[in-house]
Design a protein around this ligand. Structure first.
Ligand code: SF4
Length: 353
Protein backbone atom coordinates (compact mmCIF):
# COMPACT_ATOMS: atom_id res chain seq x y z
CA UNK A 1 0.00 0.00 0.00
CA UNK A 2 1.51 3.38 -0.94
CA UNK A 3 0.57 6.94 -0.10
CA UNK A 4 -0.72 7.23 -3.69
CA UNK A 5 -3.51 4.70 -3.29
CA UNK A 6 -4.58 4.92 0.30
CA UNK A 7 -7.91 3.33 1.03
CA UNK A 8 -10.36 4.75 3.54
CA UNK A 9 -10.18 3.11 6.94
CA UNK A 10 -13.91 2.28 6.76
CA UNK A 11 -13.43 0.06 3.71
CA UNK A 12 -12.00 -2.77 5.84
CA UNK A 13 -14.01 -5.50 7.55
CA UNK A 14 -13.01 -6.78 10.99
CA UNK A 15 -11.35 -9.80 9.41
CA UNK A 16 -9.38 -7.55 7.04
CA UNK A 17 -8.19 -5.48 10.03
CA UNK A 18 -7.03 -8.65 11.75
CA UNK A 19 -5.06 -9.63 8.65
CA UNK A 20 -3.62 -6.13 8.30
CA UNK A 21 -2.48 -6.12 11.93
CA UNK A 22 -0.80 -9.52 11.45
CA UNK A 23 0.90 -8.23 8.27
CA UNK A 24 2.57 -5.37 10.17
CA UNK A 25 3.46 -7.48 13.23
CA UNK A 26 0.71 -6.17 15.52
CA UNK A 27 -1.41 -8.31 17.86
CA UNK A 28 -4.93 -9.29 16.70
CA UNK A 29 -6.56 -7.33 19.58
CA UNK A 30 -5.46 -4.10 17.85
CA UNK A 31 -8.13 -4.81 15.20
CA UNK A 32 -10.79 -4.62 17.93
CA UNK A 33 -9.37 -1.37 19.26
CA UNK A 34 -9.33 0.23 15.80
CA UNK A 35 -12.91 -0.92 15.13
CA UNK A 36 -14.01 0.52 18.46
CA UNK A 37 -12.49 3.94 17.71
CA UNK A 38 -14.13 4.09 14.30
CA UNK A 39 -17.59 2.70 15.03
CA UNK A 40 -18.26 2.99 18.78
CA UNK A 41 -16.42 6.22 19.57
CA UNK A 42 -16.88 7.70 16.09
CA UNK A 43 -13.51 9.47 15.82
CA UNK A 44 -12.46 11.18 12.61
CA UNK A 45 -8.67 11.28 13.13
CA UNK A 46 -5.91 8.78 13.94
CA UNK A 47 -4.56 11.01 16.72
CA UNK A 48 -7.75 10.48 18.72
CA UNK A 49 -7.11 6.71 18.92
CA UNK A 50 -5.38 7.19 22.24
CA UNK A 51 -4.85 3.59 23.32
CA UNK A 52 -2.86 2.80 20.17
CA UNK A 53 0.92 3.29 20.40
CA UNK A 54 2.14 6.37 18.52
CA UNK A 55 4.12 4.32 15.91
CA UNK A 56 0.95 2.37 15.05
CA UNK A 57 -1.08 5.58 14.71
CA UNK A 58 1.60 6.95 12.38
CA UNK A 59 1.59 3.72 10.37
CA UNK A 60 -2.18 3.86 10.05
CA UNK A 61 -2.13 7.45 8.83
CA UNK A 62 0.52 6.48 6.24
CA UNK A 63 -1.54 3.53 4.99
CA UNK A 64 -5.13 4.81 5.27
CA UNK A 65 -7.39 7.81 4.86
CA UNK A 66 -9.92 8.84 7.51
CA UNK A 67 -11.83 11.79 6.13
CA UNK A 68 -15.26 13.00 7.15
CA UNK A 69 -17.87 13.64 4.48
CA UNK A 70 -18.26 17.36 3.83
CA UNK A 71 -21.75 18.71 4.54
CA UNK A 72 -22.67 21.21 1.82
CA UNK A 73 -26.29 21.63 2.82
CA UNK A 74 -28.46 20.68 5.74
CA UNK A 75 -32.22 21.22 5.83
CA UNK A 76 -34.33 20.63 8.91
CA UNK A 77 -38.10 20.19 8.50
CA UNK A 78 -40.66 21.15 11.13
CA UNK A 79 -41.15 17.47 12.00
CA UNK A 80 -37.40 17.09 12.66
CA UNK A 81 -36.63 15.27 9.41
CA UNK A 82 -33.13 16.40 8.51
CA UNK A 83 -31.70 16.16 5.05
CA UNK A 84 -27.94 16.30 4.39
CA UNK A 85 -26.27 16.95 1.08
CA UNK A 86 -22.71 15.59 1.29
CA UNK A 87 -19.80 16.37 -1.01
CA UNK A 88 -17.58 13.37 -1.83
CA UNK A 89 -13.88 13.50 -2.60
CA UNK A 90 -14.53 13.66 -6.36
CA UNK A 91 -17.25 16.30 -5.71
CA UNK A 92 -20.13 14.01 -6.48
CA UNK A 93 -23.00 14.86 -4.14
CA UNK A 94 -25.14 12.43 -2.17
CA UNK A 95 -28.19 12.79 0.04
CA UNK A 96 -28.83 11.23 3.41
CA UNK A 97 -31.95 11.74 5.53
CA UNK A 98 -32.44 11.44 9.28
CA UNK A 99 -36.03 10.65 10.24
CA UNK A 100 -36.80 10.97 13.96
CA UNK A 101 -40.07 9.75 15.50
CA UNK A 102 -41.15 9.23 19.12
CA UNK A 103 -40.18 5.56 18.99
CA UNK A 104 -37.17 5.38 16.67
CA UNK A 105 -34.58 7.29 14.68
CA UNK A 106 -34.00 6.09 11.14
CA UNK A 107 -31.39 7.02 8.58
CA UNK A 108 -32.19 6.72 4.88
CA UNK A 109 -28.90 6.28 3.01
CA UNK A 110 -27.82 6.57 -0.61
CA UNK A 111 -25.96 3.69 -2.22
CA UNK A 112 -24.92 5.30 -5.51
CA UNK A 113 -24.13 8.78 -6.82
CA UNK A 114 -27.06 9.16 -9.22
CA UNK A 115 -29.11 6.29 -10.55
CA UNK A 116 -29.30 4.48 -13.87
CA UNK A 117 -32.84 3.12 -13.46
CA UNK A 118 -34.73 6.32 -14.34
CA UNK A 119 -38.04 5.67 -12.57
CA UNK A 120 -40.43 8.27 -13.97
CA UNK A 121 -41.51 9.66 -10.60
CA UNK A 122 -38.05 10.06 -9.05
CA UNK A 123 -35.63 13.02 -9.02
CA UNK A 124 -32.62 10.74 -8.46
CA UNK A 125 -32.78 9.31 -11.95
CA UNK A 126 -32.95 12.69 -13.73
CA UNK A 127 -29.19 13.30 -13.96
CA UNK A 128 -28.26 9.67 -14.65
CA UNK A 129 -25.78 7.42 -12.85
CA UNK A 130 -22.29 8.56 -11.88
CA UNK A 131 -20.79 5.78 -9.77
CA UNK A 132 -21.21 3.31 -6.94
CA UNK A 133 -20.50 4.49 -3.41
CA UNK A 134 -17.67 2.72 -1.60
CA UNK A 135 -18.25 0.78 1.60
CA UNK A 136 -16.63 3.72 3.44
CA UNK A 137 -18.94 6.29 1.85
CA UNK A 138 -21.98 4.23 2.82
CA UNK A 139 -20.75 3.85 6.41
CA UNK A 140 -19.75 7.51 6.69
CA UNK A 141 -23.35 8.61 6.04
CA UNK A 142 -24.49 6.41 8.92
CA UNK A 143 -21.73 7.62 11.26
CA UNK A 144 -22.59 11.26 10.55
CA UNK A 145 -26.28 10.70 11.23
CA UNK A 146 -25.50 8.63 14.33
CA UNK A 147 -23.71 11.68 15.73
CA UNK A 148 -26.57 14.00 14.70
CA UNK A 149 -29.18 11.65 16.22
CA UNK A 150 -27.79 12.44 19.70
CA UNK A 151 -29.81 15.69 19.45
CA UNK A 152 -33.04 13.69 19.20
CA UNK A 153 -35.08 11.70 21.71
CA UNK A 154 -33.88 8.34 20.41
CA UNK A 155 -30.41 7.31 19.26
CA UNK A 156 -30.03 5.96 15.73
CA UNK A 157 -31.83 2.62 15.64
CA UNK A 158 -32.90 1.85 12.06
CA UNK A 159 -31.29 1.97 8.60
CA UNK A 160 -33.18 2.03 5.30
CA UNK A 161 -31.41 1.90 1.95
CA UNK A 162 -33.97 3.97 0.06
CA UNK A 163 -32.01 7.09 -0.88
CA UNK A 164 -30.38 7.72 -4.26
CA UNK A 165 -29.36 4.63 -6.20
CA UNK A 166 -30.43 1.03 -6.59
CA UNK A 167 -29.13 -0.93 -3.60
CA UNK A 168 -28.59 -4.23 -5.42
CA UNK A 169 -26.74 -2.49 -8.26
CA UNK A 170 -23.98 -1.89 -5.67
CA UNK A 171 -24.44 -5.26 -3.98
CA UNK A 172 -20.91 -6.07 -2.71
CA UNK A 173 -20.08 -2.66 -1.22
CA UNK A 174 -23.53 -2.35 0.37
CA UNK A 175 -23.50 -5.80 1.95
CA UNK A 176 -19.97 -5.31 3.26
CA UNK A 177 -21.03 -1.99 4.85
CA UNK A 178 -24.22 -3.47 6.32
CA UNK A 179 -22.34 -6.39 7.87
CA UNK A 180 -20.19 -3.80 9.71
CA UNK A 181 -23.37 -1.94 10.73
CA UNK A 182 -24.78 -5.21 12.09
CA UNK A 183 -21.53 -6.41 13.75
CA UNK A 184 -21.64 -6.12 17.55
CA UNK A 185 -18.04 -4.86 17.36
CA UNK A 186 -19.09 -2.29 14.74
CA UNK A 187 -22.18 -0.03 14.75
CA UNK A 188 -24.25 -2.85 16.26
CA UNK A 189 -27.69 -2.35 14.75
CA UNK A 190 -29.80 -5.51 14.55
CA UNK A 191 -30.35 -7.02 11.10
CA UNK A 192 -34.14 -6.76 11.51
CA UNK A 193 -33.72 -3.00 11.86
CA UNK A 194 -32.01 -2.71 8.49
CA UNK A 195 -34.01 -2.61 5.25
CA UNK A 196 -32.61 -2.96 1.76
CA UNK A 197 -34.85 -1.69 -0.99
CA UNK A 198 -34.65 -2.77 -4.63
CA UNK A 199 -36.56 -1.95 -7.80
CA UNK A 200 -36.57 -5.67 -8.48
CA UNK A 201 -33.23 -6.94 -9.83
CA UNK A 202 -34.31 -10.58 -9.86
CA UNK A 203 -30.85 -12.27 -9.97
CA UNK A 204 -29.75 -10.20 -6.95
CA UNK A 205 -32.96 -10.99 -5.04
CA UNK A 206 -32.17 -14.68 -5.51
CA UNK A 207 -28.52 -14.14 -4.51
CA UNK A 208 -29.65 -12.24 -1.42
CA UNK A 209 -31.94 -15.15 -0.47
CA UNK A 210 -28.80 -17.30 -0.14
CA UNK A 211 -27.03 -14.87 2.24
CA UNK A 212 -26.81 -15.72 5.89
CA UNK A 213 -28.07 -12.24 6.80
CA UNK A 214 -31.53 -11.53 8.26
CA UNK A 215 -31.84 -8.01 6.83
CA UNK A 216 -35.34 -6.96 5.72
CA UNK A 217 -36.08 -6.78 2.00
CA UNK A 218 -38.34 -4.14 0.45
CA UNK A 219 -39.44 -4.16 -3.18
CA UNK A 220 -40.21 -0.83 -4.86
CA UNK A 221 -43.23 -2.17 -6.70
CA UNK A 222 -45.08 1.03 -7.68
CA UNK A 223 -47.20 -0.74 -10.32
CA UNK A 224 -49.99 -3.29 -10.21
CA UNK A 225 -49.29 -5.17 -13.48
CA UNK A 226 -46.82 -5.11 -16.36
CA UNK A 227 -48.56 -2.31 -18.21
CA UNK A 228 -48.70 0.08 -15.26
CA UNK A 229 -45.16 -0.74 -14.13
CA UNK A 230 -43.80 -0.34 -17.67
CA UNK A 231 -45.05 3.24 -17.71
CA UNK A 232 -43.33 4.20 -14.47
CA UNK A 233 -40.27 1.97 -14.22
CA UNK A 234 -38.07 1.16 -17.24
CA UNK A 235 -36.53 -1.75 -15.25
CA UNK A 236 -39.81 -3.59 -15.81
CA UNK A 237 -38.75 -4.30 -19.42
CA UNK A 238 -35.83 -6.37 -18.14
CA UNK A 239 -37.48 -7.83 -15.05
CA UNK A 240 -41.24 -7.92 -15.74
CA UNK A 241 -43.88 -7.73 -13.06
CA UNK A 242 -44.94 -11.39 -13.18
CA UNK A 243 -41.35 -12.67 -13.04
CA UNK A 244 -40.69 -10.30 -10.13
CA UNK A 245 -43.70 -11.58 -8.18
CA UNK A 246 -42.52 -15.16 -8.80
CA UNK A 247 -39.03 -14.23 -7.55
CA UNK A 248 -40.58 -12.70 -4.41
CA UNK A 249 -42.53 -15.91 -3.73
CA UNK A 250 -39.33 -17.95 -4.22
CA UNK A 251 -37.48 -15.59 -1.83
CA UNK A 252 -40.16 -16.03 0.84
CA UNK A 253 -40.13 -19.84 0.41
CA UNK A 254 -36.33 -19.93 0.76
CA UNK A 255 -35.91 -17.49 3.66
CA UNK A 256 -39.28 -17.75 5.48
CA UNK A 257 -39.09 -13.98 5.82
CA UNK A 258 -41.70 -11.47 4.78
CA UNK A 259 -41.17 -8.92 2.03
CA UNK A 260 -42.30 -5.30 2.24
CA UNK A 261 -43.79 -3.85 -0.92
CA UNK A 262 -43.45 -0.10 -1.37
CA UNK A 263 -46.23 1.30 -3.54
CA UNK A 264 -46.33 4.94 -4.58
CA UNK A 265 -49.72 6.67 -4.81
CA UNK A 266 -49.87 8.88 -7.91
CA UNK A 267 -53.10 10.63 -8.85
CA UNK A 268 -55.12 8.82 -11.55
CA UNK A 269 -52.26 6.37 -12.21
CA UNK A 270 -51.57 4.02 -9.30
CA UNK A 271 -54.49 4.94 -7.05
CA UNK A 272 -57.44 3.70 -9.13
CA UNK A 273 -60.09 1.06 -8.49
CA UNK A 274 -58.47 -1.21 -11.12
CA UNK A 275 -55.08 -0.77 -9.38
CA UNK A 276 -56.51 -1.83 -6.01
CA UNK A 277 -58.17 -4.90 -7.57
CA UNK A 278 -55.05 -6.09 -9.42
CA UNK A 279 -52.68 -5.33 -6.56
CA UNK A 280 -54.86 -7.30 -4.14
CA UNK A 281 -55.00 -10.19 -6.61
CA UNK A 282 -51.19 -10.40 -6.86
CA UNK A 283 -50.44 -10.01 -3.15
CA UNK A 284 -53.15 -12.30 -1.81
CA UNK A 285 -51.70 -15.12 0.29
CA UNK A 286 -48.13 -13.75 0.30
CA UNK A 287 -46.24 -13.20 3.56
CA UNK A 288 -45.80 -9.49 3.00
CA UNK A 289 -46.38 -5.95 4.18
CA UNK A 290 -47.69 -3.24 1.87
CA UNK A 291 -46.74 0.39 2.39
CA UNK A 292 -48.66 3.06 0.49
CA UNK A 293 -46.47 6.12 -0.09
CA UNK A 294 -48.07 9.43 -1.06
CA UNK A 295 -46.20 10.83 -4.06
CA UNK A 296 -43.87 13.68 -3.15
CA UNK A 297 -43.98 16.01 -6.20
CA UNK A 298 -40.83 16.83 -8.17
CA UNK A 299 -40.98 20.11 -10.10
CA UNK A 300 -39.61 18.68 -13.38
CA UNK A 301 -41.99 15.71 -13.40
CA UNK A 302 -45.69 15.80 -14.36
CA UNK A 303 -47.18 13.59 -11.63
CA UNK A 304 -49.39 14.73 -8.77
CA UNK A 305 -50.26 13.16 -5.43
CA UNK A 306 -53.89 12.02 -4.93
CA UNK A 307 -56.01 13.82 -2.33
CA UNK A 308 -55.99 12.37 1.17
CA UNK A 309 -59.53 11.16 0.62
CA UNK A 310 -58.52 9.32 -2.59
CA UNK A 311 -55.66 7.64 -0.74
CA UNK A 312 -57.94 6.53 2.06
CA UNK A 313 -60.44 5.17 -0.47
CA UNK A 314 -57.64 3.17 -2.10
CA UNK A 315 -56.59 1.78 1.28
CA UNK A 316 -60.23 0.85 2.08
CA UNK A 317 -60.64 -0.90 -1.27
CA UNK A 318 -57.57 -3.01 -0.57
CA UNK A 319 -58.87 -3.86 2.88
CA UNK A 320 -62.21 -4.98 1.43
CA UNK A 321 -60.19 -7.26 -0.87
CA UNK A 322 -58.34 -8.79 2.08
CA UNK A 323 -55.10 -6.77 1.89
CA UNK A 324 -53.98 -4.71 4.85
CA UNK A 325 -51.91 -1.71 3.78
CA UNK A 326 -50.26 1.05 5.80
CA UNK A 327 -50.68 4.58 4.50
CA UNK A 328 -47.38 6.29 5.25
CA UNK A 329 -47.33 9.81 6.64
CA UNK A 330 -45.30 12.12 4.41
CA UNK A 331 -42.19 13.32 6.25
CA UNK A 332 -40.30 16.56 5.76
CA UNK A 333 -42.81 18.04 3.31
CA UNK A 334 -41.46 21.55 3.98
CA UNK A 335 -37.97 20.57 2.77
CA UNK A 336 -36.94 18.84 -0.46
CA UNK A 337 -37.36 15.44 1.18
CA UNK A 338 -38.26 13.29 -1.82
CA UNK A 339 -35.44 11.07 -3.02
CA UNK A 340 -32.83 13.01 -5.01
CA UNK A 341 -34.41 16.49 -4.97
CA UNK A 342 -31.65 18.23 -3.07
CA UNK A 343 -28.91 16.59 -5.13
CA UNK A 344 -30.75 17.44 -8.34
CA UNK A 345 -31.18 21.09 -7.29
CA UNK A 346 -27.47 21.31 -6.46
CA UNK A 347 -26.48 19.89 -9.89
CA UNK A 348 -28.82 22.30 -11.66
CA UNK A 349 -27.49 25.36 -9.86
CA UNK A 350 -23.90 24.25 -10.73
CA UNK A 351 -24.87 23.91 -14.40
CA UNK A 352 -26.42 27.40 -14.38
CA UNK A 353 -23.45 29.02 -12.60
S1 SF4 B 1 -36.72 5.13 -7.35
FE1 SF4 B 1 -34.72 4.26 -6.80
S2 SF4 B 1 -34.18 3.01 -8.59
FE2 SF4 B 1 -35.81 4.38 -9.27
S3 SF4 B 1 -34.72 6.16 -10.17
FE3 SF4 B 1 -35.17 6.63 -7.98
S4 SF4 B 1 -33.29 6.00 -6.91
FE4 SF4 B 1 -33.26 5.01 -8.92
Amino acid sequence: MTAMNKTDIRNLSYEEWTRYCASIGEQPFRAGQIFEWIYKKGVWSFDEMRNLPAPLRQRLSRDFDLKPLVIVQKQVAQDGTTKFLFDLEDHEKIETVLIPTKTRTTVCISTQAGCKFGCRFCASGIGGWKRNLSCAEILSQILHVKEESKKHQKPLSHIVCMGTGESFDNYDNLLKALRIVNDARGINIGARRITISTVGLIPKIMEFAQEDFQVELAISLHGYNDESRDKLMPVNKKYPFTALMNACRAYIRKTHRQITFEYILIKDITCTEEAARELAHHLKGMICKLNLIPYNPVRELPHKPPTHEEMQTFQRRLKALGIHATLRTPRGRDIAAACGQLRHASRKSKEMA
